[in-house]
Design a protein around this ligand. Structure first.
Ligand code: MG
Length: 381
């Protein structure tokens, strides 16, 4: 690793873990966090969770696992260029979607509806709940007992009410402070990754056309460059070449803009980053608008495409039906989940156990639970 900047997060000065542990021998604290995330059950399940296209739609599309790996790759490149902590950035990136339900955003929205009267459901808060509580692997503690810095990075947004209940990682939302640069990088790396891979998956699925995408400046400018330079290139390679240039343009612009922002503040410690009244990791003028334009384009033309909507419609039905069935009759739940419910007082706490169980399912496990409990469901439309 290159020399860390003064304002980078440092393993030696970490605010530590909730349950104090011996220092790792051949790794530092953030490397240990990353390793624990990779060895978690929730991380493995990301392989069978929807990013945009439900898992059984095809083997070529991104899943939450490949998405998380792409986010980590982009995050690490940016962290290295800015002289901040690559290992911490990687840990946050790999963990950022651990709390996602099956079936992507449709699943989360439906579970939130089911939990509306009982504290709600939010995937980002759930990611923290997974690493703090739901992983049950270690002898001495619940969860993965990650460092404060990794947990701080996972919690991207949070209401003041929730923040009050979360203790140390919630404080910045009450005091309106920024997270580390490593956390800020992970946040934008997520956006860069999905905006670009969703273009790729959207074209591959036949839901987005090149003509249509030329409306977006970010796609058009890189596509035209590629066509001019390689007029005989087959379409599949032209698209890949275009997308890799789009990612490169966004990452380079982000690094340049962030360097300017950092030198304007001249921070000498991570606390200077946290106490700043604005985020320093940001896209510059050249890419901010084009990036927003692409995001809006994808919302309208891909996420709301009738084909995607059909998948999400059915996904909502599956999530809602499972939740309602378990809420009406807890005896349908596996023994260990029933046992956890029995330990809880009050409906909110009891329903939270159902919500955790449903949120932890992969797409195909949710579908098979639906079939076992409710009735046949045909995959695809
Ligand atoms: Mg993500």
């Amino acid at each position: 690793m290159t020399k860390l900047a003064d304002y980078a997060a440092r393993s030696e000065t970490s605010r530590g873990r909730n349950y104090p542990e011996e220092k790792p021998v051949h790794r530092d604290e953030f490397q240990r966090d990353r390793d624990r995330i990779i060895h978690s059950a929730a991380f493995r399940r990301l392989e069978y969770k929807t990013q945009v296209f439900v898992n059984h739609e095809g083997d070529m599309f991104r899943t939450r696992l490949t998405h998380s790996i792409e986010v980590a790759q982009i995050g690490r490149s940016i962290a290295r260029a800015l002289g901040v902590n690559e290992d911490l950035t990687e840990a946050i990136c790999l963990a950022h979607d651990l709390g996602h339900t099956p079936f992507g955003h449709a699943g989360q929205d439906e579970l939130n509806n089911c939990m509306k009267e009982y504290g709600g459901f939010e995937h980002n808060l759930q990611s923290l709940r997974v690493v703090d509580l739901l992983e049950e692997k270690y002898a001495d503690f619940q969860g993965l007992n990650l460092t404060f810095e990794t947990r701080e990075g996972i919690l991207k947004h949070c209401s003041v009410n929730n923040a009050r209940e979360l203790g140390d990682v919630g404080e910045r939302f009450i005091n309106k402070l920024q997270p580390s640069l490593e956390a800020q990088i992970s946040n934008i790396a997520d956006e860069i990754a999905y905006n670009n891979h969703d273009v790729d998956d959207g074209i591959r699925a036949g839901l987005l056309g090149i003509e249509q995408l030329l409306e977006c400046e970010l796609f058009r400018s890189e596509y035209e460059t590629v066509i001019a330079k390689y007029p005989a290139l087959v379409e599949r390679r032209t698209i890949h070449e275009t997308i890799r240039r789009m990612i490169n343009r966004l990452v380079c612009d982000l690094i340049n803009e962030t360097k300017v922002n950092i030198s304007a503040l001249s921070p000498t410690s991570i606390d200077d980053i946290r106490n700043c009244d604005h985020a320093l990791v940001a896209l510059g003028e050249d890419t901010l608008e084009p990036s927003r334009e692409l995001k809006t384009f994808l919302r309208k033309n891909l996420y709301q495409h009738f084909h995607v909507h059909r998948m999400t419609h059915k996904a909502r039905l599956v999530i809602r039906s499972l939740f309602q069935a378990f809420a009406a009759d807890a005896r349908l739940l596996p023994h260990d989940v029933q046992h956890k419910m029995d330990e809880q007082d009050g409906i909110n706490a009891r329903y939270r156990i159902i919500s955790d169980y449903v949120a932890g399912m992969t797409d195909r496990y949710a579908l098979s639970e639906y079939e076992r409990i409710i009735g046949p469901v045909m995959p695809g439309q």
